[in-house]
Design a protein around this ligand. Sequence first.
Ligand code: PGA
Length: 252
Amino acid sequence: MRKKLVAGNWKMHGSLLDNDTLLNALNKGIAVLGNEANCAVCVPYPYLAMVQSKLQGTNIKWGAQNVSQHEKGAYTGEVSAVMLNDFNCTYVIVGHSERRMLYGESNQVVAEKYLTAQKHKLVPILCVGETLEQRDSDTTEQIIEEQVNAVLALAGVDSLSNAVIAYEPVWAIGTGKTATPQQAQDIHHFIRQGIAKQNAEVAAGVTVLYGGSVKANNAAELFAMPDIDGGLIGGASLIADDFIAICKAAHS
Ligand code: PGA
């Protein structure tokens, strides 16, 4: 049985004041849920120290939203995996569609980030997903296969035993348009099958999240699908009651 995971992606939101209120509420609401599912928040770099101090010893884990593929050096503005280790991060998101589209991260760069994260014992949350144009032109499976295969070619299929995949259709992110549970399930199944061609045991064990307008009122039906192991949550992760409700849905 795969354990479900609900990970919040705060994106470029937050302030010391707002985070304090949000984290206090999460601590209260998620502590009572137990450990049947995992919950985490992926926050902007400047707040890692804050989440570390407020969440350590709780059942909420934390992580970052990006990491450099390089170990260290003259890379102004970048943050290394070793630095994330300093704040005891469990997770790091790699290849979010906003990084791919707005910052030109290629499949190759994303694969390098994934590899560097794992080398430093961070669990990468590898985001994959198609745009609306790609879905309409029937290339969804091809796009996702390329995104996953770039990582498998560099890091090997066994690496997936310490990684999470998040299927996030770009047309569903921040738009209020969620993939139907069946649409999401179909792609999750496709991803798992592709991995199974290389290693069936790894495919059966890998956590595959759905992301894209997951809300308190649709989480349960998405999480009930056989290949959906939880969610990567943007907007709703900033609203304590909503995020707690989504975490609750993963516990039932
Ligand atoms: P959303 O974002 O939940 O606001 O659609 C999801 C994501 O981008 O990870």
